[in-house]
Design a protein around this ligand. Structure first.
Ligand code: AMP
Length: 360
């Protein structure tokens, strides 16, 4: 096991070569680290700004061995990396952060909610759905409308269907293709918030101000941060984030999505054991952004400051919206972050813009 803190010149391994890996890699290189990416797609957005990329599946044993050998610490940029791969790396003696527990918990919505409730981070009521009977009982208990989701591998609103009437239950279940599911009570939120937080190897924690998020079609559209929330809400969100980080014995940055029900009631929607799209505002609103924070945490460096110096509106550019790059690049108050993706497929996250609204 390497000694912490890792000195500059050490190598970081990242599973996943998308935009989050790219921005992590850029932060790591600024701190003097080399980065090796593992991603099945050659020429990935992260691979192109890193020292090298291993092109292989996430569960390829030889590739994992090579990554473990090359890297002093291994991390990941998305939560659908097989937990077994992380376990394999850890068993082979590689330092891995966050560890396999965080990955396992966040990969299954039932395990996730069960964990959250156990550490005092409340969620909507839910029911485990394996059969139509389970679903009908769940709908009766939770009320209508309710949201049926696949337990695993759902993201950006995919694998989810609202049920407005009991008679729609069979079709809803069928639409998920027989995959194990969870039924969630509807959260009657006044707004969606998120908190980005970090924990280091010694258990120190750092929590950013809340962001307020707007989704369209299940996909994040904008984040406004710091959100205009009262002190009580900020304190509550911090307590929730810290309980989750401690409960998972977590190392690195985590994203916690929250429903604000008003009257100081916050429910956790889900957690992402990685840097998070709703934390992109920190690149232009904070001295130490979420990417650097994650690198600091996993490399055993002291965590950086989380106070905001500017109010930011972060906007995702999806699909061909990225063609506006020329006009956006000319705006004095907007900072464009392009992911270097060649193909602007509809709905694909291609870039984001941080607009500076003013100082804090
Ligand atoms: P998710 O993929 O779980 O993050 O859900 C995507 C979006 O769907 C969330 O950001 C919410 O806008 C909405 N949503 C998810 N779960 C619920 C729920 N239980 N009640 C109301 N809205 C929800």
């Amino acid at each position: 096991m390497p000694q912490l803190p890792l000195p500059p010149g050490s190598t970081l391994g990242i599973l996943g070569g998308g935009q989050l890996g790219r921005m992590l890699s850029q932060a790591a290189s600024r701190l003097g680290f080399d980065v090796v990416i593992l991603d099945p797609e050659p020429n990935s957005p992260a691979g192109r700004v890193s020292h090298s990329q291993i092109v292989a599946a996430y569960d390829d044993p030889e590739a994992l061995t090579a990554l473990g050998r090359a890297a002093d610490v291994v991390t990941f940029e998305f939560e659908n990396v097989p937990a077994a791969s992380i376990e394999r790396l850890a068993e082979a003696g590689a330092l891995v952060a966050p560890g396999p527990t965080a990955l396992r918990v966040s990969q299954d919505r039932v395990d996730e909610k069960t964990f959250l409730n156990a550490v005092g981070a409340p969620t909507v009521d839910f029911a485990v759905v394996d059969t139509l009977d389970d679903l009908v009982v769940g709908l009766t208990e939770l009320g209508l409308p309710a949201l049926l989701k696949t337990r695993r591998e759902g993201y950006d609103g995919k694998g989810q269907v609202w049920i407005h009437a009991i008679e729609d239950a069979p079709a809803a279940l069928e639409s998920l293709g027989g995959r194990p599911a969870i039924l969630e009570a509807r959260a009657t939120f006044v707004r969606e918030l998120s908190v980005i937080a970090a924990r280091d190897w010694d258990g120190h924690m750092a929590v950013y101000p809340l962001g307020e998020n707007r989704h369209e079609g299940g996909v994040l559209r904008t984040t406004l941060a710091p959100a205009a929330v009262d002190e009580k809400t900020q304190v509550r969100a911090r307590a929730i984030a810290e309980a989750i980080l401690d409960g998972l014995d977590y190392v690195g940055v985590i994203g916690v999505e929250l429903f604000d029900l008003g009257d100081d009631v916050l429910l956790v929607n889900e957690i992402a054991p990685r840097v998070h799209n709703t934390g992109h505002w920190t690149q232009d609103g904070c001295v130490c952004d979420q990417f650097e924070q994650h690198i600091r945490a996993v490399a055993g460096w002291p965590l950086g400051p989380t106070a905001a110096h500017a109010r930011i509106e972060m906007k995702n550019l999806l699909g061909d919206e990225v063609d506006q790059w020329r006009a956006l690049s000319a705006k004095a108050d907007e900072r464009l972050h392009l992911y270097g993706k060649a193909e602007a497929r509809p709905g694909r996250k291609m870039a984001h813009v941080n607009r500076v609204l003013g100082t804090v």
